[in-house]
Design a protein. Structure first.
Length: 419
């Protein structure tokens, strides 16, 4: 059951400038077009073609084909920099004008949509069930507005349309392709439409926002045999069951109680008949944590436990453990920037939600490891309109009023940072 706390807060349209209010219908149209044509990671060909078409139509400089389907749009401001903040002092040359990046992800999920709406997915088994269609529409709206109001900011804005956030991850290959260079990015911001918060709120905090994501696959090898003769076997199910229980002690007894962490076994496959003792078992799962000090720790500790149990039971194992994404860590100064501008768009104090951490992961973390930045949540749930299903649910949808709010916050951040 969805909490009634997801009923929307008051949205004051007067806090959104008329030129962005005028874009709202277009934002909805773009979002719904993208929603009807979802594409999986690194396969966002229709999506990138649509973005490219719009950028060309508006005369915005851009590069395509980055990390297969990624796009970077570049918009140069024409405002003269503020003398106090952008001069090197008497007799010194002016300091470089600022460069702010805005990141939006484009990919969808392998989910069959169950919504009965006119803009329902037309691609069987693929759905925008996490809001990335909205992220792309907001980024497009921001690009259009900035291209029409270049006199309102100095420096450069780079808008990064990123593929494959849901996996295997498009941020890292885009960074490796140089999207944060030429010109060098000083800071980066991004948002996630968030159905865990109601419309009219913004979740923003300094420090850890989202967790590191690490994954494992484990095969335990025993010795099969007759269910009536267990003394002749090494029961892989018994061994694997001990492993599942013991892995929970990592968080309970090895992690500082002040820190948050999760070890989840999500798959357990073994056995084939009532009277046969299984000779093997397969487990898979995920590890999540906020504190970067645990980088490398969980994989080591997990294997120590598995090895000890298997040795004691006469079994062997094969473990594959890998780190997918590091934690999303926001820079305090850029988080303050986002917070200060969001306060002008939502009602305060209730519209700003600082305690908004989640054990979900995001490859925005790779960008934040390279340059200071802030990733924040834009509340998009509206229980009164039945728009409060969780992310990755086949009936996920959000209140599109949030689209214009997202553009307004991005534009305000640009105007403040690039002053």
């Amino acid at each position: 059951m969805v909490s009634t706390s997801l009923n929307p807060l008051t949205v004051d349209r007067d806090r959104i400038r008329p030129n962005i209010q005028a874009l709202q219908a277009q934002l909805v149209e773009w979002r719904r077009r993208l929603h009807q044509r979802p594409e999986l990671g690194f396969k966002e060909l229709i999506t990138s073609e649509f973005i490219t078409q719009k950028l060309q139509e508006w005369g915005i400089e851009h590069q395509t084909g980055i990390a297969k389907t990624g796009i970077v749009a570049t918009i140069n401001g024409k405002k003269h920099p503020t003398p106090d903040s952008r001069t090197g002092g008497f007799g010194n040359p002016p300091l470089p004008t600022p460069v702010l990046a805005i990141r939006a992800d484009m990919d969808a999920l392998p989910i069959q949509e169950q919504n009965d709406v006119p803009y329902k997915s037309q691609h069987d088994g693929v759905m925008h069930a996490c809001g990335h269609d909205g992220h792309t529409a907001i980024a497009l709206g921001t690009a259009y507005y900035l291209s029409q109001h270049q006199e309102d900011f100095a420096g450069t804005v780079k808008i990064i349309f990123q593929p494959a956030e849901e996996g295997p991850g498009g941020a890292k290959p885009m960074i490796e392709a140089g999207v944060l260079k030429n010109p060098d990015v000083d800071a980066i911001i991004g948002l996630h439409l968030w159905n865990n918060l109601p419309l009219g709120t913004v979740g923003v905090r300094s420090g850890a926002l989202m967790a590191a994501v690490e994954l494992f696959d484990l095969k335990i090898k025993g010795k099969g045999g007759h269910g009536a003769m267990p003394h002749q076997t090494v029961d892989a199910i018994v061994v694997a069951s001990q492993v599942v229980n013991a892995l929970q002690t990592i968080v309970a007894r090895n992690v500082d109680p002040i820190d948050s962490a999760v070890v989840t076994v999500g798959e357990f496959h073994a056995g084939s008949a009532h009277n046969v003792i299984a000779d093997s078992a397969h487990l898979s799962g995920t590890v999540r944590y906020f504190n970067p000090k645990y980088d490398g720790y969980f994989g080591q500790r997990l294997e120590q436990i598995i090895a000890g149990i298997c040795q004691s039971q006469g079994a062997t194992y094969e473990l594959d453990y890998w780190q997918l994404y590091p934690p999303v860590i926001n820079n305090s100064e850029i988080a303050d920037l986002v917070r200060s501008q969001a306060e002008k768009v939502v009602e305060t104090p209730f519209g700003i939600v600082p305690e908004c951490q989640t054990m979900g992961g995001e490859d925005m973390s790779f960008f934040l490891q390279e340059v200071p930045g802030c990733y924040f949540f834009l509340g998009a749930a509206n229980l009164s309109r039945n728009l409060a299903y969780p992310h990755h649910h086949p009936r996920f949808d959000f209140d599109e009023t949030a689209l214009g709010m997202g553009v307004e916050i991005f534009v305000r951040c640009v105007e403040k940072f690039c002053s």
